[in-house]
Design a protein around this ligand. Structure first.
Ligand SMILES: Nc1ncnc2c1ncn2[C@@H]1O[C@H](COP(=O)(O)OP(=O)(O)OP(=O)(O)O)[C@@H](O)[C@H]1O
Length: 242
């Protein structure tokens, strides 16, 4: 469904942000992309979403590539960036309608999705307010709602739990599970091991641009005890706040 093949990105001719990354994401899974700060998570997500171009390699989403079929490629996913401070001059509802317009979501369906998402994220009373007046968590929620308005098969979320209150975080995890259980893929990054542990079917660990591990959390735990490099990264990601 999603295949990342030998993808690299070098910044300024020397920083190997992502170094020959190969990863396949399977239908029905929540995949946690883990790594300490500066590991290459955001750069990978930027390449997946077409925000930045890889220096080499190929990314295929549902049989489409960005080069051959950019519009259809981008329709396959909903993307939540790590900073939700965007479209601050719009009201919440205006933003959701804007996203609905971009993705041609028919008005009846759109209304149903907005209602359901607003209820789930406890945002019903806030949709008439400007995004600039929202708290960080509310901004995060409205961006998530906007990303899901066209019901994409692939969700790409960069550090999605950061700033969410426990209730919203719980609902988001529940929605991620439901979405994956329908045969879709949820790909999200985090530098907090605990978050991954609770929801992921598989995790990939990236460090200094290289994929150090890919498998289940149980497999990871077994490996960590005998691999010093992995243990060090593992420790960097524990004892952190959500
Ligand atoms: N636009 C850029 N120009 C130059 N270097 C960059 C740029 N973006 C990222 N980097 C560097 O690339 C490396 C990977 O950064 P990236 O943001 O992908 O990591 P990350 O795993 O998402 O980290 P974090 O958890 O801190 O967000 C880092 O060394 C970073 O300093």
């Amino acid at each position: 469904m999603i295949s990342i093949k030998d993808v690299s990105k070098v910044y300024g001719g020397k920083v190997k942000a992502v170094d020959h990354l190969t990863l396949d994401l399977r239908p029905g899974e929540i995949f946690g992309f883990l790594g300490p700060n500066g590991a290459g998570k955001t750069t990978t997500i930027k390449m997946l979403t077409g925000i930045t171009t890889p220096d080499g390699g190929e990314i295929v989403i549902n049989d489409r590539t960005l080069e051959k079929d950019p519009i259809s490629y981008k329709r396959q996913f909903g993307f939540v960036p790590d900073s939700p401070d965007i479209f601050l001059r719009l009201k919440g509802l205006e933003y959701l309608n804007f996203m609905g317009d971009i993705y041609n979501v028919e008005s009846g369906v759109r209304q149903e999705r907005i209602d359901a998402l607003a209820k789930r994220f406890d945002m019903e009373d806030a949709l008439g307010d400007y995004i600039s007046s929202y708290s960080h968590g509310m901004r995060q929620k409205i961006i998530i709602m906007g990303a899901l308005i066209h019901d994409p098969s692939l969700w790409i979320l960069d550090e999605p739990m950061t700033g969410l209150d426990p209730k919203s975080s719980f609902y988001l995890k529940e929605m991620m599970r439901e979405h994956a259980d329908k045969g879709n893929v949820v790909f999200f990054s985090t530098h907090v091991l605990e978050v991954a542990e609770k929801v992921c079917d598989r995790v990939g660990i990236i460090n200094k641009g290289k994929l150090m591990f890919c498998g289940t959390m149980t497999e990871l735990r077994e490996l960590v005890s005998e691999n010093e490099g992995l243990e060090k990264i593992f420790l960097e990601m524990t004892n952190d706040e959500e």
